[in-house]
Write a protein that binds this ligand. Structure first.
Ligand SMILES: NC(=O)c1ccc[n+]([C@@H]2O[C@H](COP(=O)([O-])OP(=O)(O)OC[C@H]3O[C@@H](n4cnc5c(N)ncnc54)[C@H](OP(=O)(O)O)[C@@H]3O)[C@@H](O)[C@H]2O)c1
Length: 347
């Protein structure tokens, strides 16, 4: 079913997953399109961003943000058109970034909306290279990682929304960049299109050996996106005074128990002490939301100069959201995952 003016399709959280999410954890509902009151706008979702953090919101474990309630609409960043406006700052037809979630329509009082230029060539890039993932890569790498020219930077999920930008920014800063990604096609793209010095497939049995050969002078910055066996391969190669921006642990998001094997906590803490390493977690909008304009100015310039490549993995229709999100947690996306929920303009 496609988007219409009269119905609001919504994807709700039906139950909390144990392990990997399944289609049974979601359900579709249809309601009437809501009406904006005075001071409000009606937003129609054109693009919906799918991101790994959504797996955390499906769980009721304590975290930095409230979980999605059962039978509530799944949360998510969106690029929308203003369909009706009773708000002085917005006109019908405006493009905005909002947090509509997995649904066709939502009402907003304007708080938290970001208006986009009406002539923006690719509005969906406001969910990727110019949006949350872009800010994450830029701030995590530069503010926490502090890469210096000549240093070795390693990043996993290297062709994804965040990782692809981390590696390219590190190259712009004069670093040697080694990516880690899932499969030959992604690794080839990281080297040939993104300009990384090398990219290794984390599915290979000898990842640790390959990584040691690629990082002959050790690792100065490890931008952590995945955790698990990738971190196990990185850890012995970290140099004294290495920096580790701890951005995400996507390989662990579906885990139901601690990984098998010895408890490595003492070894980890001992090595951090001896090598005087810095490992720092961050939550992008909480820690860096106020620096969005600074990031945007630099990123727009880099894009205009052709210094940054970005790839969108676009799927069509709200019905695609559930299988595509499940696939994101299995590495099935290739680039920033975005759902086209509706057309630019409704007939
Ligand atoms: N801290 C923050 O504020 C913040 C903000 C945004 C994102 N993040 C985090 O940044 C990371 C990347 O996010 P993104 O939006 O850029 O996603 P993404 O890289 O576009 O997509 C997720 C990728 O993770 C990799 N992956 C999935 N399961 C894996 C596994 N079991 N082992 C190894 N790799 C696996 C896959 O890439 P491969 O096929 O290449 O392995 C998959 O394509 C995530 O951990 C996310 O939670 C954090």
């Amino acid at each position: 079913m496609t988007q219409t003016r009269h119905a609001n399709r919504q994807i709700l959280l039906a139950s909390r997953p144990h392990g990997a999410p399944t289609t049974e954890n979601f359900k579709m509902r249809q309601t009437d399109t809501p009406k904006p009151n005075r001071g409000e706008v009606l937003l129609r979702t054109v693009f919906l961003s799918l991101d790994p953090y959504m797996r955390g919101r499906m769980s009721d474990a304590k975290s930095y943000a409230e979980p999605v309630a059962l039978n509530a609409v799944m949360v998510g960043g969106t690029v929308c058109r203003v369909e009706e406006s009773n708000h002085a700052d917005y006109q019908e037809g405006d493009w905005v970034v909002s947090f509509n979630g997995w649904q066709d329509y939502n009402i907003s009082d304007g708080v938290g909306l970001l208006k986009l230029d009406s002539d923006m060539a690719n509005p969906s890039s406001a969910l990727g290279v110019l949006g949350m993932p872009g800010l994450t890569a830029y701030m995590g790498l530069l503010d926490i990682g502090q890469p210096q020219a000549g240093e070795t930077v390693v990043v996993a999920a290297a062709t994804g929304a965040v990782g692809s930008l981390v590696g390219q920014i590190a190259k712009l800063k004069g670093c040697k960049v080694i990516g880690i990604a899932g499969g030959a096609e992604k690794c080839q793209y990281a080297v040939e299109t993104l300009g990384f010095d090398a990219c290794l497939d984390h599915h290979s049995d000898d990842l640790a050996v390959q990584l040691a050969s690629a990082c002959v002078e050790g690792i100065d910055v490890y931008f952590e996106n995945v955790g698990g066996k990738v971190f196990d391969a990185v850890f012995p190669l970290l140099n004294t005074k290495a920096r580790i921006p701890l951005c995400g642990l996507v390989s662990q998001y579906n885990a139901t128990e601690l990984p098998a094997g010895p408890d490595c906590m003492s070894a980890l803490m001992g090595t951090i002490l001896i090598k005087r390493m810095k490992m720092q977690g961050f939550i992008v909008f909480d820690d860096y939301g106020d620096r969005y304009n600074e990031f945007k100015e630099v990123m727009v310039k880099w894009l205009d100069e052709g210094k940054i490549q970005h790839k969108e993995h676009r799927v069509e229709g709200l019905d695609s959201a559930v299988p595509s999100f499940i696939g994101l947690l299995e590495g099935k996306n290739f680039g920033k995952l975005v759902v086209r929920v509706g057309p630019d303009s409704l007939a």
